[in-house]
Design a binder for this molecule. Structure first.
Ligand SMILES: [Zn+2]
Ligand SMILES: [Zn+2]
Length: 377
């Protein structure tokens, strides 16, 4: 064995140990013990907090990233031919004002603490403004306070704030039964699949719709899968927190979740040791709303509100959500006006388990085989 060969072997062995540690860390349930308490990992948008108090007309290093954020969610309709500038220009100020209006924040056009706090929250990848049309919060001006008190919450009536996608796409009227299926490559367990079944049931309880799971993934109306980073639909995921999931309007049926998240499938997510824990059912109920044709709502309590904090659960449809789905599909004849499906976290006291830990261990072997073959040759 010559020296070069020996060096290659040592390098490969070192990298392999690193990879085993890396993959294991994302596949086993005792991840909380690997994370130092009190130090949350940096997430996709944390750096935006540094822009608190920035002024209109001035340049700030990296401000173009915030413009990209606003462009992505529809608040800056047109991107320049090259990159956005780092200048706090009129376009950015206008975007901030629309954003504040949609999220019931005092409309100042400034990057104040409250606005940035909202901006960095994990959220759905579906835009709030589609094709330049503001879909959130119709009629805000008549319903929000304007007394200038930053501590006062804007008032709004909990009626008719739901939105539908432009053109009102929906599943055909004669098709009340929709099938859904899981991307076979994820090899999800029954426990994980049951979370989605519960999420679907929350919508079928109130509207004229029925959902059935099928093994035939490519024939299913709704196709559900966990993917990482760029996964081929032009909407790449961004790692921990940031965007959590996205779904397409009818009758596309694609529902994608960011595989990098610390998804919690059971138990009380608020007790999770992971600061980045995200409740799977909460996100599933929201995205199903999109799959059926609902856009975002500015009612903070509504399922269709775009953001959700980590370690929180929101799965019960509000009046706003119910009105929205019944507007499109009509009322389930057996629905008596109030949802019977409550939040299930009260039934369980543990800190939850991660989806990743529930994936079949058979994923580990092909991953390592792939890593070895690419390092050795
Ligand atoms: Zn959404
Ligand atoms: Zn996708």
């Amino acid at each position: 064995m010559n020296k070069q060969h020996l060096q290659n072997l040592i390098f490969t062995f070192t990298i392999s140990i690193f990879l085993v540690a890396l993959v294991s860390a994302r596949l086993f349930p005792d991840v909380p013990s690997l994370i130092p308490p009190g130090i949350p990992p940096a997430t996709a948008w944390d750096a935006f907090r540094n822009f608190t108090g920035c002024h209109h007309g001035e340049n700030y290093n990296g401000l173009s990233n915030l413009k990209n954020y606003f462009h992505r969610f529809g608040y800056i309709p047109h991107a320049p031919p090259t990159n956005f500038s780092d200048n706090f220009d009129d376009d950015l100020a206008a975007a901030i004002k629309t954003y504040q209006k949609n999220f019931n924040i005092n409309i100042t056009g400034e990057l104040d603490e409250k606005t940035l706090h909202q901006i960095v929250l994990p959220r759905c990848g579906v835009a709030d403004i589609i094709n330049g049309t503001t879909t959130m919060n119709p009629g805000t001006e008549t319903e929000t306070t304007s007394n200038g008190d930053s501590n006062s919450k804007p008032r709004f009536h909990t009626v008719s704030h739901f939105t539908v996608f432009p053109g009102q796409p929906r599943w055909p009227a004669g098709k009340q039964e929709l099938t859904y299926s899981f991307y076979p490559g994820n090899e999800l367990t029954k426990t994980v699949k049951s979370v989605f079944a519960t999420a679907f049931a929350r919508w079928s309880e109130v509207a004229r719709l029925k959902f059935t799971e099928t093994e035939l993934y490519y024939n299913a109306d709704i196709k559900i899968g966990f993917f990482s980073g760029d996964h081929g639909d032009g909407e790449p995921f961004d790692g921990i927190l940031g965007t959590l999931a996205h779904a397409f309007s009818p009758t596309n049926g694609r529902f994608h979740l960011d595989a990098a998240e610390d998804w919690v499938v059971s138990g009380d997510v608020s007790k999770s040791a992971l600061p980045t824990a995200v409740d799977l059912e909460s996100v599933a109920v929201h995205e199903i709303g999109h799959l059926l044709g609902l856009g975002h709502s500015s009612v903070e309590e509504a399922i269709m509100f775009p953001t959700i904090s980590s370690r929180s659960k929101k799965v019960v449809l509000t009046e706003d959500d119910v009105k929205g789905i019944q507007y499109i599909y009509g009322r389930n004849p057996s629905f008596n006006g109030s949802t019977t499906m409550s939040s299930p976290e009260k039934n369980s006291g543990n800190g939850g388990c991660r989806v990743a830990s529930l994936w079949s261990p058979s994923i580990l072997f092909p991953l390592l085989t792939f890593a070895f073959s690419h390092l050795m040759f």
